[in-house]
Design a protein around this ligand. Structure first.
Ligand SMILES: [Zn+2]
Length: 307
């Protein structure tokens, strides 16, 4: 089956075009140019802002002039990831979609159906005169995947609709009323630095199941940073080890799967015994939820720490 045989035809026509335009998060100019050219070619009023967000307006179809307007929304950016054996440069090369039975896939990379398919659907609706609809305010936001930065800088005074259909859900046959929320926290913990001599020990917590913090948070999966906190909390009561470093997780929307900590300790054997004890009890307490958890203690070279 060829791409142009897929239905709805116009949706997949736009989707294929979007695949050919590099549009990873942070690289929004070309895809915004594409949407702008779309609006201009069809004489649709639009507004593009400094963050490359685009709003395209379409008036109501006949008979719906007095109906409340509606926002249709999707995001222009995609997450660019590739298999190890793929040499694609996402800044210069598009995605290569292909049809595999009932699925559209990409050769060795992410496809960008999140959220290219929403953009394609909205463009197909905007260009069509077949559908009956109220006035449409089509909102295409940028850099959603990295922190909704486009949406955060959108000028809402450009919108008059009070209702919105967001087309960035996870399932194509489900309508969700309301949405998942998210919060970012910046926490500052006062710490005392000290000069110390001793052995350097790494503690790694890994092998947790992890998952998407938006869609899998209810599955009882454990965040390794929370475990690290539990470990530290017990450790400080039993040992005089000094924390040298702690790090875990690199994405705000992923349940953190691994955390590593390092310590400077005076009595390495004593530390190992205490730490192993605490780690064993943590492992036991969560073994039904996280059977694959691996906790590793690794002594490293003796180092001299200074301010
Ligand atoms: Zn999305």
């Amino acid at each position: 089956m060829r791409f142009d045989e897929l239905n709805p035809k116009r949706v997949f026509k736009y989707f294929e075009e979007i695949c050919h335009i590099p549009h990873g998060s942070g690289d929004m100019k070309r895809i915004a140019d594409y949407c702008e050219a779309f609006a201009m070619a069809r004489g649709l009023k639009y507004h593009r802002d400094g963050a490359n967000n685009i709003i395209i307006y379409k008036s109501a179809s006949k008979g719906y002039e007095n109906a409340d307007p509606i926002i249709l929304q999707g995001h222009l950016d995609m997450v660019c990831q590739k298999n190890d054996d793929i040499t694609k440069d996402f800044l210069t090369e598009g995605i290569e979609p292909y049809i595999d039975g009932d699925f559209v896939r990409a050769k060795g990379t992410t496809l960008g159906a999140d959220n290219g398919i929403a953009v394609s659907m909205i463009l197909a609706i905007l260009e069509s005169n077949e559908y009956e609809h109220p006035a449409i305010e089509a909102v295409f936001t940028t850099d959603e995947e990295t922190g909704m930065y486009g949406a955060a800088s959108l000028d809402y005074s450009l919108l008059s609709a009070k209702r919105m259909i967001n087309l960035d859900a996870e399932e194509d046959d489900t309508v969700t009323v309301s949405c998942a929320g998210g919060s970012n926290f910046n926490i500052k913990i006062p710490l005392t630095r000290e000069k110390r001599t001793g052995d350097y020990v790494n503690v790694t917590l890994k092998g947790l199941i992890g998952g998407h913090s938006g869609v899998e948070i209810h599955k009882g999966r454990i965040n390794s940073n929370v475990l690290a906190g539990r470990f530290l909390n017990e450790l400080i009561q039993k040992s005089d080890a000094s924390l040298v470093n702690i790090s875990g997780g690199d994405k705000a929307n992923a349940i953190t799967r691994s955390t590593s900590l390092s310590f400077c300790v005076e009595d390495i054997d004593g530390f190992n015994a205490i730490a192993t004890d605490i780690l064993d009890s943590i492992k036991m307490a969560i073994s039904d939820r996280e059977p694959q958890l691996i906790m590793r203690l690794k002594p490293a070279v003796t180092v001299f720490l200074s301010r």
